[in-house]
Design a protein around this ligand. Structure first.
Ligand code: C5P
Length: 214
């Protein structure tokens, strides 16, 4: 079976829309591989250096269960900070960085299938995905979710500060010239503001099964 026959479910959306949790649970339910593409941009930001496109091409990355290793070092917790998220969004504007990460992302497409989350999974990286979901939620909901996540880790950013940082990052991601944050023309938009994570997971699984039975 060629790579192109391996089914992909693309889940895109703004930051803190819940796409990571939904994507990893959908992947677990189906026994599929999971690609958190945002982690790659975060890794380039964390690695630093003068030439991010060279870092993007050359970095040694391993995803190991829930952990992420950069050049053999565990960096999982460091990657999750808002500062790294914002730096990642700056770096993600650079076409050379995006180009350097493209094939690496496509390399995750392996049998029996892949669930990939990010900003351009459905538009650029996997345009032939069998199901494309654009997951949104109100800014207030997303800020609250991120606030809770950070608080659980002992990081006490204020809700107001988080909310404006999220909005700023989404604006930058949506405004960039290359692979901006936007739904693919054939994406299904799902607003998760009023839904529990389990409900979104079930909805995505149901849509996927419907597509596959056609
Ligand atoms: O998804 P996450 O918030 O971890 O992504 C961090 C940043 O990486 C985003 O704000 C975005 O600028 C960038 N990104 C991207 N394309 C993707 C995934 C993430 O540009 N597919």
């Amino acid at each position: 079976m060629g790579n192109a026959q391996v089914p992909v479910i693309a889940i895109d959306g703004p930051s803190a829309s819940g796409k990571g949790t939904v994507a990893s649970r959908v992947a677990a339910a189906l026994g599929f591989h999971y690609l958190e593409s945002g982690a790659l941009y975060r890794l380039v930001a964390l690695a630093g250096g003068e030439a991010p496109e060279r870092v993007a091409a050359g970095m040694d990355v391993e995803f190991f269960n829930q952990d992420i290793l950069l050049n053999k070092h565990y960096v999982t917790d460091k990657l999750r900070s808002e500062a790294i998220g914002n730096r990642a969004s700056e770096i993600a504007k650079l076409p050379a960085v995006r180009a350097a990460l493209l094939e690496r992302q496509r390399g995750f497409r392996r049998r029996p299938g892949l669930v990939a989350d990010g900003r351009d999974m459905g538009t650029v990286v996997f345009p032939d995905a069998v199901l494309k979901v654009f997951l949104t939620a109100s800014v207030a909901t997303r800020a609250q979710r991120r606030h809770k996540q950070l608080n659980d880790k002992g990081n006490h950013a204020t809700l107001a500060a988080l909310s404006s940082a999220l909005e700023e990052r989404d604006k930058r991601d949506a405004a960039r010239a290359v692979a901006p944050l936007k739904p693919a023309v054939d994406a299904v938009s799902v607003d998760s503001s009023e839904l529990a994570i389990d409900e979104v997971v079930d909805l995505v699984l149901k849509m996927y099964r419907e597509r596959m039975s056609r």
